[in-house]
Design a protein around this ligand. Structure first.
Ligand SMILES: [Fe+2]
Ligand SMILES: [Fe+2]
Length: 299
């Protein structure tokens, strides 16, 4: 049985800084402690992007230092909050493919994990798989279309019905699905980015978003209308009427989007030739344990 961990959205900032009011470095420390303690038997861990909050070198260096404590192998990709060139200044080409994208193939236990880099500069937070990346994906899927294959990337592909967060999903889902649809060996697509847990199915391929390490949202408020569409925002940006900071500000002002501290979560994936299962491990949570004397095993 293959077992691996997916962490995401650690949003590391430079030392002595907090991110959205949270100590994101300490949360990463807790994630690593939890993985080392609770899942030492996992084959590896994948970080699904938004490693840092602002893509600066200092934050990558800080992240690099913290992850030395992880006892299982780690694979990385990047998200919209990252910066590919700054990432490489710290990690060189350790996680790069032949074209320089931060993506990788892991062949293990008769299964294949494909990590995709959906980062694209100069977007407003959306992701993109360009022709080069899609070709790379296609080659690796076609060459081994008998291997059960799980895809891991930062951006969610299919909209999760949140008007706000769906503005910044993968920009070209149809191009992506043209490569993977009708491939019966594609088991699952696992992503981060949205900071909540959700499942979706499209073209018979299940998609799961992991809650991630940073803040999360109240689901109650996550699906209320948002008064901007992406083209409007892009036009405003192109005309220099809007900055990234203003977008962030507009988001903050949107008072219906309730931002919550936790739970902070990683995914635990179990997979063999027959099935794939994902557990959601909340490593920061404040649920009260019911006394064992009053509970019995059974569902
Ligand atoms: Fe994020
Ligand atoms: Fe993101």
């Amino acid at each position: 049985m293959l077992k691996f961990i997916v962490i995401s959205d650690t949003h590391i900032v430079p030392k002595n800084q907090r991110c959205n009011g949270l100590d994101s470095a300490e949360r990463l420390n807790l994630a690593i402690e939890s993985i080392n303690k609770d899942h030492p038997d996992a084959d590896f861990c994948i970080h699904a992007g938004d490693i840092t909050d602002r893509g600066d070198i200092e934050s990558y260096e800080r992240f690099h230092k913290i992850i030395q404590k992880l006892k299982i192998p780690l694979y990385l990709t990047i998200g919209n909050h990252d910066h590919r060139n700054n990432f490489k200044k710290v990690f060189k080409d350790e996680y790069s493919d032949i074209n320089g994208f931060i993506q990788n193939i892991i062949d293990i236990k008769n299964q294949r994990i494909i990590i995709l880099d959906t980062y694209e500069e100069n977007l407003l937070g959306e992701g993109r798989l360009c022709e080069t990346r899609l070709k790379w994906l296609k080659n690796h899927i076609i060459k081994n279309d008998n291997l059960p294959t799980i895809l891991v990337m930062h951006h969610h592909v299919t909209k999760i019905q949140s008007p706000y967060i769906d503005l910044i999903s993968l920009e070209n889902p149809n191009d992506f699905f043209n490569v993977v649809k009708n491939k019966s060996n594609i088991r699952h697509i696992i992503t981060g980015h949205v900071h909540i847990t959700s499942t979706t199915i499209k073209n018979n391929i299940p998609q799961t978003t992991i809650g991630g390490s940073h803040f999360t949202h109240s689901v109650k408020n996550f699906f209320t209308p948002f008064n901007y569409n992406l083209n409007e925002l892009k036009n405003m940006k192109d005309e220099n009427k809007i900055s990234r900071e203003m977008i962030d500000e507009m988001s903050k002002q949107y008072e219906n989007i309730v931002i919550l501290e936790g739970p902070a979560q990683y995914g635990v994936v179990f997979s063999d030739s027959i099935s794939t299962t994902i557990h959601f491990h909340n490593y920061i949570e404040e649920y009260k344990r019911l006394p064992q004397s009053e509970t019995k095993l059974g569902y």
